[in-house]
Design a protein around this ligand. Structure first.
Ligand SMILES: Cc1ncc(COP(=O)(O)O)c(C=O)c1O
Length: 474
């Protein structure tokens, strides 16, 4: 039976591909070059967006340029620029143009990086980059790892391995410990793995928001006494709130002593180990059984670039490897490097390639300097805030985060709390910069996270001026 030629092969002509491709590149260059002059935030309400974008899927197509134009006027005009030099909220995503091109290349070539059979070259690149990150963290050569979508997936992947190795995949009675500053992705990951709330212990922190090891010891002892099975401590290698690093050497000692797994959530902070000051702060990271590290944060990669490192590569395979019949050809060759056996995804893109390309183009020294600059910018922000008189420093600059609150001398605590709570909305509406808030010991605080190497001192000083004005009229 003859198969008819489809009327459409979902292709463009060579001329069209080139023309629209260059248009996209021009758009990206415009974004990179002119971002500084633009607003960080946007102003649109949901009803307006809905009106502009809701439609049934069009049966007939339109030309690429008009589709791109309509996107520019709607979706692309209304998102926050987390790579903007004045975006200081949450954890920024500074990214870099070389990696954007590497990502484009991977998407265009549609590399399937799940098996060695399908992608020997990209898999080897992933092995190389995982090894680079291992060295940055100081982990031993036995370490393996893989690229995942981000810190949330890195945490859940590591915790699945911890459960496998320490509990033989049986959750009953298992208990895991982390500080009250730990990122919510950890709790979500544990929930996904089937742990109940009463198997997760949130441990109090000291004045510097670091896990209180005495309280931790007591909690572990109490759990053992009641017949439970403590199996894992999750340490922060940089909390999202304040950049606090839990006492890693003490936690590693405790894990050695009590045969527990030490997972370090360094999604944002572990990259700091690249520079000398970060390395010193993160002493003990090299003793972790697993580390989550997000290159899409402080290693300046586009989203989605997360990485999980596990002290013994074979633990990944032992946790995740399943060998169905339809993958028998893939599993016949080079089983050590089938990344689908190391995590949840079978079909996965070649995420490591962008890290590799950008490190090759800029050199690791450039990354080192860019990371170190994050420390200095936060210290600069702290000094400007201190000098102004109307701000209180809540936690000093640490791993490129400083937290603070509006607290002029004559203002009551209650009034200050009210201003600080309303300030982020005002900052968002203003759009000049973006800062986010959090709660620390029951008080609303603002924070600067200064990991974008393209941020200038002027950006910081002018942002502080601007938010002081907004606070005065809030
Ligand atoms: C300490 C920490 N862990 C985990 C995550 C989650 O990472 P992702 O958003 O990449 O999933 C974040 C995100 O900011 C984080 O700061």
């Amino acid at each position: 039976m003859a198969v008819s030629q489809p009327p459409h092969t979902l292709s463009l002509s060579v001329e069209e591909m080139r023309r629209v491709g260059y248009r996209i590149i021009d758009r990206l260059i415009d974004h990179t070059e002119n971002l500084h002059e633009r607003k960080v935030t946007y102003a649109v309400d949901r009803a307006e967006l809905k009106r502009g974008l809701s439609e049934p899927p069009p049966e007939a197509g339109s030309d690429f340029e008009s589709v791109l134009d309509s996107l520019e006027g709607t979706a692309l005009a209304n998102f926050m620029h987390v790579d903007h030099p004045r975006f200081f909220a949450y954890i920024p995503g500074p990214s870099n143009y070389v990696s954007v091109l590497a990502d484009t290349l991977c998407a265009g070539l549609n590399i399937f990086a799940g098996t060695w059979l399908a992608s020997a070259g990209p898999s080897q690149i992933e092995l190389v980059v995982v090894d680079w990150l291992r060295q940055i963290c100081g982990l031993p050569e036995s370490t393996g790892g893989l690229f995942v979508s981000g810190g949330s997936m890195a945490n859940v992947t590591a915790l699945a391995v911890a459960r496998h190795v320490k509990l033989n995949d049986v959750n009953d009675g298992g208990v895991v410990y982390f500080s009250d500053q730990t990122h919510s992705s950890v709790m979500r990951g544990l929930r996904l793995l089937g742990f109940q709330a009463d198997q997760m212990r949130s441990i109090e922190t000291d004045d510097a928001f670091r896990m209180d090891v005495r309280a931790l010891r007591q909690a572990i002892a109490a759990d053992r006494e009641s017949g439970r099975r403590p199996f894992c401590i999750i340490a922060n290698a940089g909390t999202t709130n304040t950049g606090a690093v839990d006492p890693l050497p003490e936690l590693a000692d405790l894990c050695d002593e009590q045969d527990l797994w030490l997972h370090a959530d360094g999604a944002y902070g572990a990259a700091a180990a690249l520079c000398e000051r970060g390395r010193a702060l993160l002493t003990g990271l090299e003793r972790a059984h697993s580390v989550a590290l997000d290159p899409h944060k402080w290693l300046f990669q586009p989203f989605e670039t997360g990485c999980v490192l596990v002290r013994e590569q074979r633990w990944l395979g032992e946790t995740f490897r399943i060998t169905p019949d339809y993958l028998r050809d893939a599993h016949r060759t080079e089983p050590e490097t089938n990344f689908c056996d190391y995590g949840v995804q079978l079909t996965r893109s070649a995420r490591a390639l962008k890290v590799w390309m950008s490190v090759k183009v800029f050199g690791l020294g450039a990354f080192r300097q860019a990371v170190a600059r994050g420390f200095e910018l936060a210290e600069y922000a702290e000094s400007v805030l201190r000098a102004s008189g109307c701000w209180e420093i809540v936690t000093p600059a640490q791993l490129a985060i400083v937290s603070f609150r509006y607290a002029p001398a004559q203002m009551s605590d209650e009034a200050a709390e009210s201003v600080n709570s309303r300030l982020v909305d005002a900052i968002f509406r203003d759009g000049y910069a973006m800062i986010s808030s959090t709660r620390l010991r029951g008080r609303t605080v603002l924070r600067f996270c200064t990991i974008n190497p393209r941020t200038s001192e002027q950006d910081i000083a002018s942002t502080i001026d601007r938010i002081a004005q907004l606070a005065e009229s809030a």
